[in-house]
Design a protein around this ligand. Structure first.
Ligand code: AMP
Ligand code: GLY
Length: 423
């Protein structure tokens, strides 16, 4: 099979890395891809939002399957465009991706289906939002309805922050159209986890639970980021609770979508808070997580194509889906990230780190400048290790990092502490 992967981050690098190990895959293209993929994929100079050009490329190159990484093309309807041209894709159409693209739509689906989520109200008028805040008080979470590149949710522990968030979104319009409407929801406390499933209509294959580390610094301090590291599976979640999450959140969401005439195909990756009142959905994502996918691809034993097509190549058994043990991904970020940072800084040591058994380094924000690999983004590399146990995976990942260097590099030193019981 000839596969096209759309996207340029470490998530897409990990997907490409895994796909080329499949016996059924003869050629992988990535658009636009990244330098880390060059040893095994052909990078095509087309951006992830050049939909018609990408479809033309897929036609001309007789691509059998296009896998879409990021959310923006999905929300924009790349799958609908490809389908209209008779091209096979993996990912939801625009109607399905609205579950991620519109927080108000997601809340409507969740509430109608009785899936636990934070109480919320949607506002398009700043005056109405301010009045609600006065009545409700803090803490709350203020969210831009549309896609704001991961920066659209502001956790406001006090009124001043809440007021400011509403002002930024509805008055100053810092998120543009994404902030045309704003969701204000109750603040939930607990352990935040991810649940990822591959879905075909109402059929789904549960992958695994995982935990991301969203804040920039150790001890969950600092600003929210795109994700500083992930570990999977989770031993702190009891098996009964996990089973209940698949049934009452994932299956129930797919059913609720079907009732609206939406047959959801692709990844459903739900962000869940384990509260005292039970698991509650923070948000639904309709694509693979980043850096979740990097850890998943190292942990996955089954051919990824079989996993994506599980509905046709049944049965994909949980026992053969994964290697035993745990996987950890760790983000190496530019100095200053998630604030401003410099780019173009030389990177060294990746080859040495890759020599370690069970370690794989995926590129997140890199580029080649005169043959030298340099930084090109906030999240630069995603270092992943698999171990027979979680402590072994954690130890390996930090061992691998010792080989890698770029000026200003920073990373979390406390990945997986929730399951390692490090205080
Ligand atoms: P979102 O963009 O909705 O995923 O929110 C980004 C982050 O904000 C989440 O990963 C949580 O850490 C935090 N967050 C979102 N909603 C809530 C909530 N209702 N209560 C507490 N934290 C939240
Ligand atoms: N790991 C967070 C995300 O992919 O949204």
């Amino acid at each position: 099979m000839r596969i096209l992967v759309i996207g340029s981050g470490a998530r897409e690098h990990a997907l490409v890395w895994k796909l080329v190990q499949s016996q059924r895959v003869t050629q992988v293209y990535a658009a636009p891809g990244n330098p880390g993929m060059l040893p095994y994929a052909e990078c095509v100079p087309l951006g992830a939002t050049q939909y018609q050009e990408l479809a033309t490329f897929a036609e001309q190159q007789h691509i059998d399957l296009t896998i879409v990484g990021p959310e923006v093309p999905l929300v924009d309807g790349i799958v609908d465009i490809f389908q209209q041209r008779g091209l096979a894709t993996f990912g939801p159409n625009a109607a399905g991706a609205a579950l991620e693209g519109s927080k108000a739509f997601a809340k409507e689906v969740l509430t109608a289906a009785g899936i636990p989520t934070a109480q919320h109200h949607t506002f398009t008028s700043a005056t109405a939002a301010f009045t609600y805040l006065e009545e409700h008080g803090a803490p709350v979470v203020v969210k831009a309805d549309g896609n704001a590149a991961g920066k659209g949710a502001i956790v406001a522990l006090d009124m001043a922050t809440a007021h400011d968030a509403v002002k930024q979104m509805l008055v100053e319009r810092v998120f543009g159209a994404a902030g045309d409407s704003v969701v204000i929801e109750d603040y939930l406390q607990g352990d935040e986890i991810g649940a990822t499933a591959i879905c075909h209509g109402t059929h789904y294959l549960p992958l695994t639970l995982s935990q991301d580390h969203k804040r920039a610094h150790d001890g969950d301090e600092g600003l929210n980021t795109g994700g500083m590291g992930v570990f999977a599976p989770l031993s702190f979640v009891p098996p009964e609770q996990e089973t209940s999450i698949w049934r009452t959140i994932i299956a129930a969401t797919l059913q609720a979508l079907k009732q609206r005439g939406i047959l959801f195909t692709g990844v459903l990756y739900s962000n869940i808070m384990l509260t005292e009142r039970g698991p509650m959905v923070l948000e639904h994502n309709t694509r693979f997580g980043d850096p979740e996918t990097q850890a998943f691809m190292l942990l996955m034993r089954e051919d990824l194509l079989n996993v994506l097509n599980f509905a046709e190549v049944m049965p994909v058994k949980q026992e053969t889906l994964w290697h035993p043990g745990s996987a950890v991904s760790l983000t190496l970020a530019s100095g200053g990230y998630p604030g401003t940072y410099r780019t173009g800084i030389p990177i060294s040591g990746i080859e040495d780190a890759n020599q370690l058994e069970g370690v794989q380094v995926f590129h997140a924000g890199t580029t080649l400048r005169d043959g030298q690999l340099v930084t090109a983004g906030g999240r630069v590399l995603s270092v992943v290790a698999r171990g027979a146990t979680l402590p072994e995976a954690v130890q390996k990942v930090y061992e691998a990092v010792k080989y890698i260097h770029f000026e200003g590099m920073h990373y979390r030193k406390d990945i997986a502490k929730r399951d390692l019981h490090i205080k």
